[in-house]
Design a protein around this ligand. Structure first.
Ligand code: P1T
Length: 399
């Protein structure tokens, strides 16, 4: 298909990187489930491919598709989001420093602090919503700034353009984990980031049936280095995973529209609930960076974080009593999930740091799916009522 940058997102989502199979006319990209490709003579390959760790046609279609959605020249896919993150960290050398957003996925935090620290790469946590703090943290050794926006799980919004300007002025690479926003709601490269990272496990996959990651960039130099790391480390996705993701991206825009609609309605509903102490959702006027979110994103995504009145017991009771929201790690699927970051996704973050960020026992994260919004509201109301009954009045809440 002749799809180019001038086409709208929805058209690129469905067609970019893909054309009917020339040998059969199959409209869907075939699953080239092969490890190797026969050569005519040693070193003389038939087409573009010799070995699937290096490149595979199904993966190449996915990489081109994701690159198009992020407005990038280059795309690379990995076996997981953390594998993609690790590939970026392998750009660094011992003695280099990284500024890492202070509120990121627990596994990202663990990778920086407990794996790459051992290789001599030093990580400093910075609140990326505080531009002065970013500037203050920079010295000659800082080679990479890594941020998420919205962050996981407290949904802070960083000004990508502003941080990008600071990074550029100091010759520092800016990588943005765009997993929560997706390319439908935010294109960090257009705002000055050098690399975009995705856990494709989440919204891009959208059906909770695969693990994967991706890196997108406009820099030929960064792409060549990252491609070399991808080839050398071999953390590539399986071919079937690539096919599943190609199928998923065709509906990304439609799913995201419904995720945003449902989440906004639920955020407003919970905001009025007497048992909910606070709702964090970038679409609410009460969100500290609401104006920035409006400027940077055309919609606010499907993630909501709430503080329930009470403590661990009430939170646990709520999570045990939802019937549609499944209690599980991960996010971004069509089905709604609920989780407790302090015990689940962010358990690997040191307790004292969780306290600083407000990842408390009464903080609960919702990944709002695309089911009927009325059914979802009723499910949450029922579970909160169960938590209220469990609570009595010991914690001082309305229960
Ligand atoms: O799980 P994996 O595909 O390796 O992706 C890691 C990752 C990277 N970036 C962000 C923003 C993420 O949220 C994740 C994974 N997060 C969860 C599993 C979670 O429940 O938050």
């Amino acid at each position: 298909m002749h799809v180019n940058d001038s086409h709208d997102f929805a058209t690129r989502a469905i067609h970019a990187g893909q054309s009917p199979d020339p040998s059969t006319g199959a409209i869907m990209t075939p699953i080239y489930q092969t490890s190797t490709f026969v050569q005519k003579s040693p070193g003389k390959i038939v087409g573009e491919y010799d070995y699937s760790r290096a490149a595979n046609p199904t993966r190449a279609a996915l990489e081109a598709n994701l690159a198009s959605l992020e407005g990038a020249r280059h795309g690379l896919c990995f076996s997981s989001g953390v594998a993609a993150t690790g590939a970026v960290l392998h750009l660094l050398s011992s003695g280099d420093r990284v500024l890492l957003g202070d509120d990121v996925y627990g596994g990202t935090n663990r990778l920086f602090h407990r794996v790459f620290a051992q290789l001599g790469i030093e990580t400093t946590l910075v609140d990326m919503t505080d531009l002065d703090a970013v500037k203050r943290a920079i010295d000659d050794r800082v080679k990479l700034i890594w941020l998420e926006t919205p962050t996981n799980p407290t949904l802070k919004i960083a000004d990508i353009e502003a941080v990008g300007g600071i990074a550029k002025a100091h010759g520092i690479v800016l990588a943005v984990d765009n997993t929560f926003a997706t390319p439908y709601l935010q294109n960090p490269l257009a705002l000055g980031a050098d690399i975009v990272c995705h856990s494709t496990t989440k919204y891009i996959g959208g059906h909770s049936d695969s693990i994967g990651g991706a890196l997108l960039t406009n820099s030929d130099e960064l792409h060549q280095k990252l491609k070399f790391i991808q080839l050398s480390e071999g953390a590539v996705p399986g071919i079937m995973e690539c096919f599943l993701l190609l199928r998923s991206t065709k509906t990304l825009h439609v799913r995201m529209q419904r995720h945003c609609e449902n989440a906004m309605a639920i955020a407003e509903h919970l905001d009025r609930h007497p048992m909910v102490e606070r709702v964090i959702y970038p679409g609410l006027a009460s969100h500290p960076q609401h104006e920035l979110a409006k400027k940077q994103m055309p919609g606010f995504g499907g993630m909501i974080t709430i503080y329930l009145k009470g403590g661990l017991e009430e939170s646990r009771t709520m999570l045990e009593n939802t019937k549609l929201f499944a209690c599980a790690e991960s996010l971004g699927g069509v089905e709604s999930l609920i989780e407790h970051p302090a015990i689940m996704t962010h358990a690997s973050v040191p307790a004292e740091h969780r306290k600083v960020l407000g990842i408390d026992d009464n903080l609960i994260r919702l990944s709002v799916g695309i089911e009927s919004v009325d059914d979802l509201k009723a499910d949450l109301d029922h579970a909160i009522a169960a938590a209220t009954r469990a609570c009595g009045s010991a914690c001082g809440c309305a229960g």
